[in-house]
Design a protein around this ligand. Sequence first.
Ligand code: ATP
Ligand code: MG
Length: 392
Amino acid sequence: MHSRIFRDRNKLSPYYIPKKLPYREEQLSILHSIYDAMMRNIENAYPRFIQIIGPTGTGKTCTTIRFGEQLVKYAEREDINLKHVYVNCKVDGTTRYVLFRNLVRKVTSKISTRSLSPEEMIQQLIEYLRLESIFALLTFDEIDYFVQMNPKEHIIYDLTRIMESSPGEPMPIIGEIFIAKSLNWHKFLDSREKSTLGIGVIEFPRYTSLQVREILSNRVEEAFNPGAVNEETLDLVSEITASPPVNGDIRVGLDLLYYAGNLAENRGSEKVLPDHVRKVYGEISPSITSEDIMSLDKDGKVILLALARSLKSSGSAYIGLRELRRSYELVCEEFSFKPAEKFEEAVQDLIYRGIIDMKSLMELGISGVALTDLERFLNSLMNRLEKEVAND
Ligand SMILES: Nc1ncnc2c1ncn2[C@@H]1O[C@H](COP(=O)(O)OP(=O)(O)OP(=O)(O)O)[C@@H](O)[C@H]1O
Ligand SMILES: [Mg+2]
């Protein structure tokens, strides 16, 4: 259907990566300076571990994925078969076993992981790559989340000691990139892990308000019809995105543009107006973006829906764990969904993800939601979750 507002609304999706990534040229070129040289002498390359650190929505994920694409192309020109394997620890791994299994699967279906231990999986992966003359760059996104959830699993040990298994032979894993929001995750590492991980850190600073505006303005050009978003509207979205509590998280700006655009369309307006932005801003929470919701498993979505419903009916900003469980059971019944065996763990996961805010067992709420907007926010959240839960 032809839209008066949107040229291509997919260009506002959190998963779309635009051709140009303004203000991340320097980070990209640091990555290139580390890995490009290896392409010229790959047989003798030693793996390099790099950490990428920066707050939410500063382009860590999209820049790394873009870098992987560029490096693979460069390798092609040098006749090297290179794969960039990206795993997101929030999505692909609840335990070391699951994470490594998913890592292996992303490389090949030829390794049967069923009877293998996590260590053996890595070993087999290296042997497979060697046999097929494939080189690999591995990226572990949201590694901070994983080590916080599994402090005893010591995956950094497994992942950084890969050289020791076959000393002297060429190493098909040329590098590993670990992405985290800050260096705080190091407190979960032991000293051996810290030492092999090394100190190569690339920082992704928050975007300033001018930078936010330029980045969003480029996306507006791709996603909207000419003239559909005027300067005033873009100013407002940029201002909200650049200031607290959002603090430069581009994802929130993209969400605002998307929902404000939809609203304008539904109202038959030819333009997205500042008023549309204000209206949707009251309904989204800066701390819960569409991507956060999409990346939850079904247990997570159902629990969040249960929480939103009981918050709404209680009219307060917090409810107790017991009440949440009761509400959860009702929602499960309504959607004919089997309640999670590990309810508390699923709640804990939402707390680690920063979606549920827990002050005490008697006080569970939704992070970052201002009380005045709670009702509107909850209505729109419930709407979205009901659709998601019914479609899953
Ligand atoms: N410099 C940029 N130019 C264009 N778009 C950008 C830029 N930086 C970020 N974005 C967009 O903002 C969104 C968030 O970026 P990204 O997912 O890379 O952030 P992140 O740092 O990985 O955040 P988180 O820590 O929450 O995972 C993406 O949709 C991305 O396309
Ligand atoms: Mg990310």
